[in-house]
Design a protein around this ligand. Structure first.
Ligand code: ATP
Ligand code: MN
Length: 255
């Protein structure tokens, strides 16, 4: 038994080391020289006062906390060495706003960053609560920090809700999906409990992560919307929401 315990603890340590070296590799990947240059310029301009800690390491991007002039910022940095950038093709090449992007990693990632900026701008103008986008420069997106005193709002996934509250959150999400569709002419295309934050003060949802969002003209827009609908219904079914996909779709597409 003692032996097994020792082996377990040794493998745990090895795993931790592995995780650590993974993390270092990722950080090395994100702060390449051109990216550092952009950050340096942004700090010379006074846009970034101090870069803080890492908030998240995702598949394509890292998000960092930063201090701006009199406000907290979130800085999303798309990794130029991102291995999944190929997946970006399907979302960007057929978007009428981005049809003349050259088919290379660099240009696709820069266009992707501008696309997320534009999508957030459109969503915000439509009345949806999203981080206000402030700067898009090369592979770096600077936006409003959604949180308080360095602590980001929790994901919907990690928020405890009573059934009553969940119903209100669901209704608000439906309203936002409707506005996104009808006012902003967009489909989020990766909407789920992982890309919605909850403001703990009033339990209002905040939509994030809109790099992959496409206009309704995109040939796969309907399919993406349907997937968003299924994700939201799957999550809220545990709170007794019984809408069928067709019910939610017609709420989203109502005039
Ligand atoms: P993933 O691959 O995990 O989906 P991502 O690279 O697509 O991540 P986002 O989903 O945009 O990136 O952000 C990752 C995480 O960073 C979010 O789950 C959220 O916790 C945090 N985050 C993103 N934007 C903000 C913001 N404006 N304010 C506070 N926290 C944020
Ligand atoms: Mn995400």
């Amino acid at each position: 038994n003692e032996k097994i315990r020792r082996i377990d603890s040794a493998t745990d340590k090895a795993r931790a080391r592995e995780k650590d070296s993974e993390r270092l590799k990722v950080e090395e990947n994100v702060f390449d020289v051109p990216t550092l240059k952009v950050l340096y310029t942004l700090s010379n301009k006074g846009i970034i006062k101090a870069l803080g800690g890492s908030i998240s390491t995702g598949k394509e991007a890292n998000v960092f906390y930063a201090e701006g002039e009199n406000r907290e910022l979130a800085i999303k940095i798309y990794r130029m060495a991102s291995s999944t950038f190929k997946a970006m093709d399907a979302y960007i090449m057929k978007d009428p706003r981005f049809t003349n992007i050259r088919n290379n990693r660099r240009d696709i990632i820069f266009a992707w960053t501008r696309k997320e900026f534009q999508n957030l701008t459109r969503a915000k103008s439509a009345g949806i609560r999203v981080p206000e986008p402030l700067v898009a420069e090369k592979n770096i997106l600077i936006m409003e920090f959604m949180g308080e005193e360095r602590v980001p709002y929790p994901l919907l996934k990690n928020t405890h809700l009573e059934n009553e509250e969940a119903k209100l959150v669901y209704d608000k999400i439906v309203e936002y999906m409707h506005l996104l569709n009808k006012e902003a002419n967009l489909v989020h295309a990766d909407l789920s409990e992982y890309n919605i934050l909850i403001d703990p003060a009033d339990k209002t949802p905040v939509f994030i992560d809109m790099g992959q969002s496409v206009t309704l003209e995109h040939p796969n827009a309907r399919e993406f919307l349907y997937r968003d609908v299924l994700n939201i219904l799957r999550f809220f079914s545990r709170y007794g929401i019984t809408d069928k996909p067709e019910d939610l779709l017609s709420k989203i597409q109502a005039e």
